[in-house]
Design a protein around this ligand. Structure first.
Ligand code: HEC
Ligand code: HEC
Length: 235
């Protein structure tokens, strides 16, 4: 690159930078800066005290159930979910990368220690007992093998062959980045449909993991979402 062309480039860069600043200024006065994306790729295994968490869970039971199995289909089950996943979600609600009119308020007052203890507590509970899913349904087929014609990946590749999430060996050190992937088995159809829609439309996209699901959800039609939600909720 000659001196002249690099000077030209520098001027161009400076002028676009100036434009950027000008474009951002009015917004900065009206809206708060969006929370930065939570990078979960190097997340360490979380440590928390499940017994202490049990003592902090009374308020959560109103929606998520006394044993972590939700009282109504618009709330997710938490029992048996991975602690790293639960902690990451609480932190995202707390810090603003994931938002919900109900859960955002619930997470606001939690300290980092509370989130670790609550995540450890719910991870220690027995998951909802298995149901009777139709293994020959379109939902089962999509979950296990995907649909290459539509670019749908097999869900089990990331959520585990039994729908219980990936199961890294406890001694794996460092923890593999996919240890934070959630289990899906037995979640309600209503909740699953809502989350898949949120991923698809970018409403839930504030973490490196959510961005992975954003790409997957783009491949799903409304019928696929219904089929998968019906299958997973009855599993
Ligand atoms: C008044 C009802 C209500 C209460 C009380 C409540 N939650 Fe929630 N929680 C929700 C709803 C609704 C969602 C789903 C939000 C969404 O769709 O994104 C949720 C989602 C979550 C998730 C994400 C689960 C997943 O699978 O992604 C976690 C973790 C969670 N709640 C933990 C807690 C904890 C811990 C407490 C107590 C401190 C609590 N919640 C109290 C309603 C509640
Ligand atoms: C490449 C890995 C990958 C594949 C394949 C994948 N997922 Fe996911 N999924 C994730 C990750 C990572 C998350 C956690 C996102 C977050 O933390 O917000 C997730 C989260 C979800 C959630 C939210 C769970 C909750 O409790 O809120 C649902 C529902 C889901 N996936 C459904 C599916 C379905 C259905 C398929 C198959 C069509 C699928 N996923 C395929 C990686 C994957």
């Amino acid at each position: 690159m000659t001196y002249r062309s690099s000077l030209l480039l520098a001027c161009l860069l400076m002028s676009t930078a100036a434009l950027d600043v000008a474009a951002q200024q009015p917004a900065a006065t009206t809206a708060a800066a969006p929370a930065s994306v939570l990078d979960q790729r190097r997340m360490q295994p979380i440590s928390g005290d499940a017994r202490v968490g049990a003592g902090k869970a009374a308020v959560c039971a109103a929606c998520h159930g006394a044993q972590g199995v939700a009282v109504a289909p618009n709330f997710p089950n938490l029992a048996g979910q991975s602690a790293s996943y639960l902690y990451a979600q609480l932190k995202e609600f707390h810090d603003g990368q994931r938002s919900d009119p109900v859960m955002t308020g619930q997470a606001a007052a939690l300290s980092d220690g509370d989130m670790r203890d609550l995540a450890s507590y719910y991870a220690s509970l027995a998951p909802k007992p298995a149901g009777q899913a139709d293994a020959s349904s379109r939902g089962a087929q999509l979950y296990l093998t995907g649909d290459p014609a539509q670019g749908i990946p097999p869900c089990q590749g990331c959520h585990g062959p039994a729908g219980l999430g990936p199961q890294p060996h406890p001694s794996s050190a460092p923890q593999p980045p996919w240890a934070t992937f959630p289990h899906l088995r037995g979640q309600s159809g209503l909740y699953l449909t809502k989350e898949l829609g949120d991923f698809k439309h970018g409403m839930r996209g504030g973490s490196s993991n959510a961005k992975v699901m954003h790409g997957v959800a783009q491949t799903l039609s409304d019928d696929d979402v219904q089929a998968l939600s019906a299958y997973l909720s009855s599993w």
